[in-house]
Design a protein around this ligand. Structure first.
Ligand code: ADP
Ligand code: MG
Length: 371
């Protein structure tokens, strides 16, 4: 890093809760990843977060405590990177851990925990957090928020691109080659979350490594039809969803209508559900997609990547081919969003979230306590 250059830390833990992605990036003139760190959730805390995200009842005091416990772990994750660059980090952008996301309720709401005051206090670095709430207050979905970053870094004047992030939930950013055309995007539905949930239920494992369990099964056409008939898939954008909707309970209710499907066939069908719902969302776009660039953990599932390629008639590749490591794009986006906030620039795209207008997102917790 050249002297005087500013670096930012992005902290992201998605709905998969596979760990905290921490990334140190330089954003000017173009994003460059300087260092990365995957920080594990302590097992007991992860279990509590999972229960809370699944909507299990919990006391108010318990929730407040969980918020601070998670904040300490996010701070630890940031400190690992900050230690390598003392005094050189402008800010941390922390997404937090989503426990609830219902922007369409009245009133709309979304809750990310991981007390950012603790992150600022422990690291001594200005921390920006709580990015989704302002967009929701302005009538938006509060999600997805990464398209503005995708547009700033992965848009290409020579081709219409879709950036596909396959985390627990899958979301797309639509980047037209025409610079005058608006960037759009939305959550397409489940990415890995249902496959992960089924793997946990049937094997006690966090995910289906390389899609091998799915590959051992066969798609059950009637079950797939039942799953695809959920109204979320056909609903128009703007839209966003979460694992509180596409939950293990959602799956169990639908499996009840198809008793006796072999476990590996369920997994194969869930993989097909993700691939087809994503492909269908991309095919329905008004512009002709020329390339799909994939990031997020789903890019490591070769069965899913093959199913996507088969369902789409354009190249489907990792964002690595465009110079961005697919495992760190989302965390880098929150570093970028923190910078937007500090510069007084909007982080949302109203064409994506449906908000009434562009908004500066997040709450700023100054490094020195504001003194
Ligand atoms: N080798 C792999 N094979 C299959 N799935 C994988 C592999 N590596 C990662 N994944 C999937 O990626 C998920 C994590 O993706 P991630 O982008 O971190 O999601 P989130 O943003 O929800 O945390 C895992 O839960 C798993 O489903
Ligand atoms: Mg993750």
């Amino acid at each position: 890093m050249t002297s005087g250059a500013e670096a930012y830390i992005g902290l992201m833990s998605g709905t998969s809760m596979d760990g905290i992605d921490a990334v140190l990036v330089r954003l000017d003139p173009a994003p460059r990843i300087l260092q990365t760190h995957q920080h594990p959730w302590p097992e007991s805390l992860r279990a509590q977060l999972r229960r809370a995200a699944a909507g299990e009842p919990m006391s108010t005091a318990g929730l407040a405590r969980l918020d601070s416990l998670a904040g300490e772990v996010f701070a630890e994750a940031a400190a690992v990177l900050a230690g390598a660059y003392p005094g050189r980090i402008r800010a941390i952008g922390s997404h937090g851990q989503t426990l609830a996301h219902a922007p369409g309720d009245r009133p709309g709401h979304s809750l990310q925990i991981g007390n950012p005051a603790i992150i600022a206090e422990r690291t001594g670095i200005t921390t920006v957090a709580d990015f989704r709430r302002r967009d929701i207050a302005a009538g938006g979905q509060g999600a997805p928020l990464v398209p503005a970053f995708h547009a700033a870094t992965l848009r290409h004047p020579g081709e219409n691109r879709v950036i596909l992030n396959i985390g627990g939930i899958a979301n797309i950013s639509v980047l037209p080659a025409d610079p005058a055309a608006p960037v759009t995007g939305f959550d397409t539905g489940p990415g890995n979350c249902l496959m992960d949930a089924w793997m946990l239920a049937s094997h006690g494992e966090a995910y289906d490594s390389d899609g091998r369990f799915a590959a051992a099964g066969r798609i059950h056409p009637e079950l797939l039809q039942t799953l695809l008939s959920d109204p979320y898939f056909a609903a128009p954008a703007p839209k966003s969803t979460g694992t509180d909707y596409f939950s293990p309970a959602w799956l169990q209710e639908r499996l009840a209508a198809h008793p006796g499907v072999a476990p590996e066939d369920v997994q194969a069908t869930l993989l097909a559900l993700s691939a087809r719902s994503i492909a269908e969302a991309i095919r329905r776009l008004s512009l002709r997609t020329q390339r799909v660039l994939v990031c997020g953990g789903g890019v490591h599932n070769p069965e899913l990547m093959t199913a996507l390629s088969e369902a789409l008639d354009c190249p489907v590749e990792s964002t690595a081919t465009a110079g961005m490591d697919p495992d760190w794009v989302e965390a880098a986006a929150f570093a970028w969003l923190a910078r937007q906030t500090l510069l007084g620039r909007p982080g949302n795209l109203p064409d994506v979230t449906g908000a009434r207008g562009p908004r500066v997102l997040g709450a700023i917790h100054p490094s020195d306590g504001g003194i």
